[in-house]
Write a protein that binds this ligand. Structure first.
Ligand code: KG4
Ligand code: ZN
Length: 343
């Protein structure tokens, strides 16, 4: 018998719902929130309000697209945390009441675990391979940057993490300094294609172990430009592609250096990538190159499963369903991983 799970993701600014039949994704709908663009970043209060407006239509569309009736669902999986509390509460409350009305269990899912388990999604017509345990997953997005040692479906150890900004944040902040709109990561990527990455050099942060730090890089970029603009107010306009390419190079080099060190330390050759920054063309190219040199197998899910999405919540829900690990109606959301409690 097939298991049908509805997944709901509302941890940040995208409302997403997905339906999965065992490991096969049947639908994955995402409502993006345009309201934040004018503010240059996500405004939590506006995000929760938009989730409230979007959640019912998005869930209806996900069921329609999957061509299933809500009565066929076996469970409702939802992101319990980490993320913006107000946003998470919308998904959490909806999931609990929807499951209650259908008389089926809820399954609470950790957003970061879901980014990793997204590698196990199956989709007809797409035959990308699946990493073998143990593998390393580099999760890089606007909110997170971490290297995770994945020993089994639910056996993870974070072996490296950012001590300040996330990699996507570094891209977005650099873009903002260049006068680009939010989110600037994809724009830096595009500009960099016409630039020379060796034109300018910025100091790589020196952080012990496998951890990352990106805030110093942002500051040195800012001060470098402040000084150059004093000499030539047109400096940014004249050098945009080279600036984009040069800052992108440092961010990607920093990400890869720790990943290479982690792979050597743990003797692992299956490397997975997750999070929105995995769309970055320089990161992808450099990873492929390293894979060739170091004998790695590299796994990058389709982009819609790399950014925040409900398909990854649904697949994690499926694996938890098999283990009969259910949540409860008493459960609330948690903003930070450290705040996770039972319930
Ligand atoms: O996973 P995601 O959609 O949401 C979060 O959980 O944050 O990641 C969004 C982040 C943003 O910081 C965005 O600028 C970055 O991913 N991003 C990129 C690219 N595409 C998205 N950064 C660099 N190059 C890209 N091509
Ligand atoms: Zn995420």
């Amino acid at each position: 018998m097939s298991i049908y799970i509805l997944g709901i993701e509302s941890s940040c600014d995208d409302t997403s719902a997905a339906v999965i039949r065992d490991r096969e994704i049947l639908s994955n709908l995402i409502a993006n929130q345009e309201v934040h663009r004018a503010f240059g970043g996500v405004v939590p209060e506006l995000a929760s309000r938009a989730h409230q407006q979007n959640i019912i239509p998005v869930v209806e569309q996900a069921l329609d697209k999957a061509k299933i009736h809500k009565n066929q669902l076996h469970a409702v999986a939802f992101t319990r945390g980490p993320g913006l509390l107000g946003s998470l509460l919308v998904g959490t409350s909806f999931a609990k009441s929807f499951a209650l009305s259908l008389g089926i269990p809820v399954i609470d899912v950790d957003h970061m675990e879901a980014h990793i388990l997204a590698h196990f999604i199956e989709e007809p017509g797409f035959t990308s391979g699946i990493p073998a345990f143990p593998f390393l997953c580099l999760t890089v997005s606007g909110g997170h940057s971490q290297i995770v040692l994945v020993k089994d479906y639910f056996d993870f150890t974070i072996i490296g993490r950012t001590i300040d900004d996330a990699a996507g944040e570094a891209f977005d902040k650099a873009a903002k300094i260049l006068g680009l709109p939010y989110p600037g990561g994809p724009l830096i990527d595009r500009l960099a294609m016409d630039g020379n990455e060796n034109t300018f050099t910025f100091p790589e942060p020196v952080i012990p172990g496998l951890d990352y730090s990106f805030s110093g890089l942002k500051t040195s970029f800012l001060y470098f430009l402040r000084d150059r603009l004093r000499e030539d107010p047109q400096f940014i306009e004249k050098n945009k592609p080279d600036l984009a390419a040069s800052i992108q190079k440092v961010i990607v080099d920093v990400l890869l250096k720790k990943l290479i060190r982690a792979a050597a330390e743990y003797d692992i050759s299956d490397i997975a990538l997750a999070g929105g920054v995995s769309a970055n063309s320089k990161l992808r190219k450099s990873l492929e190159q390293k894979a060739g040199e170091l004998g790695w197998r590299v796994f990058i899910p389709r982009f819609e499963y790399c950014t925040d999405n409900a398909a990854m919540i649904a697949i994690t829900g499926y694996f938890k369903y098999l283990r009969q690990e259910f949540g409860s109606q008493g459960m609330s959301a948690y903003a930070r991983s450290g705040d996770r409690k039972g319930g």
